[in-house]
Design a protein around this ligand. Structure first.
Ligand SMILES: Cc1cc2nc3c(=O)[nH]c(=O)nc-3n(C[C@H](O)[C@H](O)[C@H](O)COP(=O)(O)OP(=O)(O)OC[C@H]3O[C@@H](n4cnc5c(N)ncnc54)[C@H](O)[C@@H]3O)c2cc1C
Length: 482
């Protein structure tokens, strides 16, 4: 075929993106008897869904076996109140009600779950932990989808959705050498994973600068392609600017080491003005912590602890978990971890012998720093934080050199929202009409999260991706097959 000739393919449903939501949508639709094809921009499948620890569910068999009472009613209520009822209640209810069946369905595909737990104090145990994280789930879904004759076009990017007389009639996809394929399909499911790597959009919708004051977990080239194509096809916007915001220490020698969990501990936080700005106990609820740091000058802060706290950490373990690193896990040699990161050239981490040295290194005014630390130590001495009411069990004084300092920046795991959908994942236009044949799922779809990600119900993002994917697959198959 010559370069300019366009290949043509017929399918019932085209799925854009072979991440968690796309794979689930494709397999579900194929199970209903639809002819499904998937185009995936990268040469490998799974996208962000290779990384997560697990999705949420309520009233699952695993919870019931462990006598965990987590009802759909209470999960729905918490989610809606968390968003101040600005989330879409029908969508949230549908996702919550579907969640236990989705765990069963995944297990039926060979996906293995290790455990179910909460992620933060006061949160519900809704987090269903996948054996080996997301990658084995992705592998199992891919295999099952292929068994159901789903066709995969890797390294093919969706470029345009075709709409005729208000209905979706197909799409144009292109391979890396710009060769087009014209897809004739009755439905398109958008599942392209959001816009975490789109510098312009992140700036426009959050005011933050990617790579400068906000760091993505990875660069999977998630640029909001699906969101833009859906908007071009008349979709309304919903949920732009919502991030799975947390924080971390950028630079070499940190990722993959216990330093990431050390940065999560509820030790002293000071901003560039030398002042405390938060109850540091909120580190356990990382979206809260991200929000608190986002308010600070330059959008970064310092986490500090002294030699006594270091010894406490090495002997007693972490107070707060970090993803799969559980509270009580112990870092072996904190000093060596710091030394190694410094040796690798990480400028966001250092050990100092005096407060003056901290001030010199950070540019914080030394007198303000001393005043803040004296005040904090006085709260530790009387076991009450008069300023932010930090839990007394986390009040550890800052006195004994050497001092360990980490500069903590905003980090995020993905974007949450973009396209307005209803509870069937049908895409809605600005005047709230359904665009026949167009569906959206996962991080591309809005309506679930408003403002901040919610750790009271952990596993919500992947949970939303998988459940909205299943609903999209079912809805699109029903639409195509009648
Ligand atoms: C480190 C990490 C840990 C996490 N842990 C958890 C957790 O424990 N629990 C939880 O609930 N959530 C977690 N999350 C979030 C969760 O992983 C995501 O919300 C979820 O995986 C998103 O799924 P998705 O299908 O929307 O996107 P993805 O899985 O990213 O899939 C999108 C796919 O679309 C493809 N694509 C993009 N553009 C195009 C195009 N133009 N044409 C064709 N294909 C395209 C991409 O290449 C990608 O493969 C975590 C995220 C990270 C980064």
């Amino acid at each position: 075929m010559s370069k300019n000739e366009t290949k043509k393919i017929n399918a019932d449903i085209l799925v854009m993106g072979a991440g968690g939501s796309g794979l689930v949508a494709a397999l579900t639709a194929a199970e209903q008897g639809a002819r499904v094809m998937v185009c995936e921009k990268r040469s490998v499948v799974g996208g962000t869904s290779n990384f997560p620890s697990g999705p949420f569910a309520a009233e699952s068999k695993m919870q019931r076996q462990k006598w965990m009472s987590v009802t759909c009613d209470e999960v729905f209520k918490i989610m809606m109140e968390y968003s101040h009822w600005r989330a879409d209640p029908r969508l949230v209810r549908t996702i919550v009600n579907e969640s236990a069946q989705t765990i069963d369905w995944l297990q039926g595909k060979g996906v293995v779950f290790d455990d179910v737990m909460a992620m933060t104090p006061g949160g519900l145990p809704t987090w269903h932990l996948l054996e080996g994280h997301g990658a084995p789930m992705v592998k199992a879904l891919l295999e099952k989808a292929k068994e159901k004759d789903v066709e995969f076009y890797l390294s093919h990017s969706l470029k345009e959705i075709i709409k005729q007389k208000e209905k979706i009639t197909g799409a144009i996809i292109k391979d890396k050498s710009d060769q087009s394929i014209s897809i004739k399909s009755k439905a398109v499911i958008i599942a392209s994973g959001g816009y975490a790597n789109n510098k312009k959009w992140i700036k426009k919708y959050t005011g933050l600068d990617l790579g400068k004051d906000l760091f993505p977990h990875s660069d999977l080239k998630l640029t909001g392609d699906g969101i833009q194509k859906a908007w071009n096809a008349g979709a309304a916007r919903e949920g732009m600017g919502v991030l799975m915001l947390q924080y971390g220490v950028p630079g070499p020698g940190v990722m993959g080491t216990r330093l990431t969990a050390i940065a999560r501990q509820p030790y002293l936080w000071i901003n560039q003005d030398g002042r405390r700005f938060s109850d540091e106990g909120i580190t356990a609820n990382w979206p809260f912590a991200g929000n608190a740091i986002a308010r600070q000058k330059n959008r970064y802060a310092y986490l500090m602890f002294d030699e006594n706290t270091k010894k406490y950490m090495e002997e007693r373990g972490f107070d707060i978990g970090a993803g799969p690193v559980l509270p009580t896990s112990r870092p072996d040699n904190v000093q060596a971890l710091f030394k190694n990161a410094v040796a690798k050239g990480n400028e966001n981490i250092f050990v100092a012998r005096s407060l003056k040295a901290i001030a010199d290194k950070t540019g914080i005014h030394v007198n303000t720093l001393i005043a803040t630390i004296n005040e904090y130590n006085s709260y530790c001495a009387k076991n009450h934080d008069d300023l932010f009411n930090k839990d007394p069990k986390y009040l550890q004084s800052f006195k004994e050199a050497p001092f360990y300092v980490m500069r903590i920046f905003l980090r995020f795991l993905g974007t949450l929202g973009g396209i307005k959908i209803n509870e069937k994942t049908e895409v809605l236009s600005n005047d709230q009409n359904i665009i026949p044949g167009l569906y959206a799922a996962g991080n591309d779809a809005g309506g679930m999260y408003v403002g901040s990600y919610d750790l009271w119900i952990p596993g919500g993002a992947l949970g939303f991706a998988l459940n909205s994917g299943r609903i999209a697959g079912k809805s699109a198959a029903e639409y195509c097959l009648g």
